[in-house]
Design a protein around this ligand. Structure first.
Ligand code: SF4
Ligand code: SF4
Length: 146
C-alpha cells in the first residue's frame, strides 16, 4: 500500500487502496476520473488524479479503500461502514489502514449505502491527543505505514 505525500493529504482527500483481491477490479470501473490503475498487479489510486469523491470506497466489496486527508486539527478518514449509521459527533473506532489498529474518531459526515454500492460511507476525524493509538494514527498519516 502506497500512501500519498503529506503535502498531498493537506491539499485534500485521496483514496488509499489495500486490495486483498486483485482479480476483482471493480474500483477501476467505478472511478470516473481514471485515477485507478494496476501497479505491480494491484490497484493503485494516483493522488494527482484522485478527487476524493469516494466512489471506489463505497463500491469495493472488501471494504479495502479509505480516503485520507490531513487537517490542521488532526487526520480525517472516510471509510466503508456496515450497519446503522452513527450520528454526527458520535465516536467510532476506525483503523487508518484496512486491517490496522483501530483508534477512536469523531464522526463528521455519513452517507447511506447507495443501491449499487457495497457499503455506506462514514467520515471521521482522529483528533491529536496524547493517546498512544491516536499518536500512532497521526504518525501513519504524516509518514506512511510502519
Ligand atoms: S474493488 Fe476492492 S477488492 Fe476489488 S480490485 Fe478494487 S480494491 Fe480490490
Ligand atoms: S476517490 Fe473518486 S476519484 Fe479517487 S480513486 Fe476513488 S473513485 Fe477515483
Amino acid at each position: 500500500m502506497i500512501l500519498p505525500s503529506k503535502e498531498r493529504l493537506l491539499r485534500g482527500r485521496a483514496a488509499v487502496i489495500a486490495c486483498p483481491r486483485e482479480e476483482c477490479r471493480s474500483c477501476l470501473s467505478a472511478c470516473g476520473f481514471t485515477a485507478i490503475r494496476i501497479e505491480s498487479g494491484r490497484p493503485y489510486s494516483d493522488p494527482d488524479k484522485c478527487v476524493g469523491c469516494g466512489g471506489c470506497a463505497a463500491i469495493c466489496p472488501e471494504g479495502a479503500i479509505r480516503l485520507l486527508r490531513l487537517t490542521n486539527g488532526g487526520a480525517e478518514i472516510t471509510f466503508p461502514y456496515e450497519g446503522e449509521l452513527p450520528e454526527l459527533g458520535d465516536t467510532v473506532t476506525v483503523a487508518p489502514a484496512a486491517g490496522g489498529r483501530p483508534v477512536p474518531a469523531r464522526v463528521v459526515w455519513a452517507a447511506p449505502k447507495r443501491p449499487n454500492a457495497a457499503f455506506a460511507l462514514v467520515r471521521a476525524v482522529i483528533p491529536e491527543t496524547d493517546d498512544p493509538a491516536s499518536a500512532e494514527a497521526q504518525r501513519f498519516f504524516q509518514e506512511g505505514e510502519h
